[in-house]
Design a protein around this ligand. Structure first.
Ligand code: GLU
Length: 468
């Protein structure tokens, strides 16, 4: 084990967003690569907006992506007494002070500053205050250094420097006695002994304030890595307007977790021109220093391409398990009857780009066609169809073929005997067996459906055509 300790710290105010998932993934990868510790912390101090439902959704998303954590989930809300303790420490050492300025006073001074062209920051009225009116509400402010600058060497963005005069005396405790966000994060990261903070770059402006707090409390400052946002095609921050942004929505749309993980790792990080990474390769090759400085644009087409890749390469047994809920949604339970599901999967892996496409493609195996693709059927005249169905049924009924290749050979023989071209036989039979023309190879379908069911469906098609 190395000393590296990283954390993912989502606020449970919604589902697990793909941007958050990527932050979690980068943390996870670094921890796994260096043999460090990955901690999950739920930042639920905003009681108004935090929900258990959202916590569950986040945990579910993490589990689905296979981002297992070593410690936690810890809940920020259970640390309230500790925050109080550290706020008291800062007060006792004079590094924090009570501020009695009312909201109206602050607003009036803010307006004045704006009018005079000054930056509207807290003017320090209560910094030197020695009286403590018992009847007035107060907030507690951090006494931030006013001179010099606060700098950090970001692992992604390089050195970032903030002049201290631009930083306010941060409120660390509200007038209702609750600690504020930036303060809680620092205390949590300290007690969890976090060594590297990897988070979205929407937090860059919080970092100098947090560093000042570390220093005031006498704790070592961690390393920081601020990861650029994910954008939509129009270069604005990825949101619902661009399509699904929830990790679980991608599961429900038939994406495999390994495809989403592979997609997310490449969104902002690269290793030469490599596109496909197994989990082991990702862990081995990941380097936080290679995360790009500019924002990645979410490309659904590429995600689909990766998903198709992983479906093609997937283990049929596992894919069969993943397919069950998609089939159930379509009223099909392969456990009740019909062809062996992993065998069905094998015939569909080449074409399906999502598990939904695979489920749609699997339907005909479990449900004989109720209608046929009439446009496709209309390409052949009635006599030809009759002849094909008759010839195929005769041959199949007496054949000893068992493998897809053997069945395919039978179709070749029929073509040679009758002087037909392959599509002239293949298409009508495909239509008879699946209802349409988008289906796996004929031999594969027959092996999977079984000869009995195949003959039944051909007979049915033959009768339907004859009755016209
Ligand atoms: N809870 C914060 C968020 O969801 C993360 C804070 C952090 O990583 O420091 O954006």
């Amino acid at each position: 084990m190395s000393d590296l300790r990283v954390r993912f710290a989502p606020s449970p105010t919604g589902y697990l967003h793909v941007g958050g998932a990527r932050t979690a993934l980068f943390n996870w990868l670094l921890a796994r690569k260096q043999g460090g510790t990955f901690i999950l912390r739920i930042e639920d101090t905003d009681v108004e907006r935090s929900t258990q439902e959202s916590v569950d959704a986040i945990l579910q998303g993490m589990e689905w992506l296979g981002l297992d954590w070593d410690e936690g989930p810890f809940y920020q809300s259970s640390n309230f007494p500790l925050y109080k303790e550290y706020i008291q420490k800062l007060l006792d050492s004079g590094k924090a002070y009570k501020c009695y300025c009312s909201a109206e006073e602050l607003e009036a001074r803010r307006e004045m500053a704006m009018k005079e062209g000054r930056k509207p920051k807290y003017d320090g009225t209560c910094r030197q205050r020695t009286d403590h009116p018992a009847d007035k509400p107060f907030v507690i402010r951090f006494r931030a250094p006013q001179e010099g600058s606060t700098s950090f060497d970001d692992l992604v963005k390089g050195v970032i420097t903030f002049p201290n005069e631009e930083l306010d005396d941060l409120i660390i405790q509200r007038s209702d006695g609750t600690p504020t966000y930036n303060f809680c994060v620092v205390i949590d990261d300290v007690i969890m002994r976090i060594t590297t903070v990897i988070r979205g770059d929407d937090h860059v402006n919080n970092t100098p304030r947090q560093i000042q707090l570390y220093e005031a409390l006498g704790f070592p400052v961690p390393r920081f890595a601020h990861v650029p946002m994910i954008l939509g095609a129009d270069k604005t921050r990825l949101s619902k307007r661009h399509g699904a942004t929830s990790v679980i929505a991608y599961r429900d749309m038939g994406f495999l977790p390994e495809a989403l993980v592979n997609y997310l790792v490449r969104l902002g990080w690269s290793h030469g021109d490599d596109e496909i990474f197994s989990r082991e390769e990702m862990v081995q090759k990941f380097d936080i220093g290679n995360v790009g400085r500019s924002a990645g644009v979410f490309n659904p087409e590429k995600l689909l391409w990766l998903n198709a890749h992983y479906i093609k390469a997937g283990d049929p047994q596992r894919l069969a398990g993943l397919l069950l809920p998609f089939l159930a949604e379509r009223g099909i339970d392969p456990q009740i009857g019909g062809p062996d599901l992993p065998t069905v999967v094998k015939t569909l892996q080449e074409r399906a780009r999502t598990m939904i496409e695979m489920a749609e493609g699997a339907l005909f195996y479990y449900r004989a066609p109720e209608s046929y693709d009439e446009t496709a059927l209309a390409k052949f005249d009635k006599e030809h169809l009759q002849a094909v169905y008759g010839a195929v049924a005769d041959k199949l009924a007496t054949s000893a073929a068992v493998t897809a290749a053997e069945f395919d050979a039978i179709f070749k023989e029929i073509c040679t005997d009758k002087g037909w071209k392959m599509p002239q036989v293949g298409q009508p039979v495909r239509i008879a067996l699946s209802g349409g023309t988008q289906a796996p190879g004929i031999g594969e379908i027959i092996v999977t459906l079984g000869i009995e069911e195949t003959l039944l469906r051909i007979k049915l098609a033959q009768e339907t055509v004859a009755g016209r």
